[in-house]
Design a binder for this molecule. Structure first.
Ligand SMILES: C[S@@+](CC[C@H](N)C(=O)[O-])C[C@H]1O[C@@H](n2cnc3c(N)ncnc32)[C@H](O)[C@@H]1O
Length: 218
């Protein structure tokens, strides 16, 4: 399991206890706050979150937009979110268990989004350039991409050293990848710092960025 990219097993296993981690809640609160401040979501917008997990960010953004598609590859993470949607009677979130890179993802003729965002998911996706290309095709002209993730780290962030993940992102390289997909980077800022005791028992600070990019109008 740990040696495979995009394996839903790990997240299926962690789903029921995901929200119990206070560090996670603090991080997703900071991400939601930063996305709301930077993007100013509006009630005319259709939004997409990829890697929505249990919806810690989705449930903050949904009240501010018209419709939100919450996508994840883990059925169990989505089951937790679906239960929250039911309990809170939220009417504008649609959940989908798909990998956006696969042909079973959003079809060519399906809607385009005004806002696509994610929190701590991009580093779990092997082909960053290919994935950004796919996201760009799903974004409206003038649409906004907001990605929160780890800055480059030394590989100690994830407890399992075998887990297939990117060890954060270099800001210059990620900006170049976004630019190559016709997205203009508007801002790149540190929005939170995760403090975590790593495998060697040392407390390490892992900065989290939010990059905002806009798809050129055609
Ligand atoms: C670190 S968790 C973050 C969850 C949530 N965004 C949060 O901040 O609490 C990463 C999430 O991305 C999902 N994921 C991993 N690869 C994915 C892919 N290719 N497409 C969609 N979701 C994916 C996982 O199932 C997991 O729910």
């Amino acid at each position: 399991m740990s040696g495979t990219w995009n394996s839903p097993d790990k997240f299926n296993h962690e789903a029921s206890k995901w929200d119990e981690n206070p560090r996670r809640k603090a991080l997703t609160f900071a991400v939601s706050k930063a996305i709301i401040a930077a993007v100013k979501p509006a009630e005319t917008m259709c939004a997409l979150e990829f890697g929505c997990g249990t919806g810690l960010v989705t449930l903050e953004i949904a009240p501010l937009v018209k419709r939100l598609s919450a996508v994840d590859t883990s059925t169990e993470m989505l089951a937790v979110l679906n239960e929250k949607i039911r309990a809170l009677r939220v009417a504008n979130i649609e959940t989908r268990c798909i990998d956006l890179l696969s042909s079973a993802g959003f079809g060519e003729h399906e809607q385009r989004f005004d806002l696509i965002y994610s929190s701590m998911t991009l580093h779990h996706i092997d082909d960053t350039a290919g994935f950004l290309n796919r996201l760009s095709t799903l974004l409206c002209s003038g649409g906004i991409m907001a990605l929160a993730d780890l800055d480059l780290e030394d590989g100690s962030f994830h407890d399992d050293p075998q887990e297939k993940v990117h060890h954060g992102f270099d800001r210059v390289e990620l900006s170049a990848l976004l630019h190559a997909e016709g997205l203009q980077v508007i801002s790149f800022e540190t929005i939170y710092t995760i403090e975590k005791i790593n495998g060697s028992g040392k407390t390490v600070a892992y900065p989290v960025f939010l990059v905002i990019a806009i798809k050129a109008t055609v």
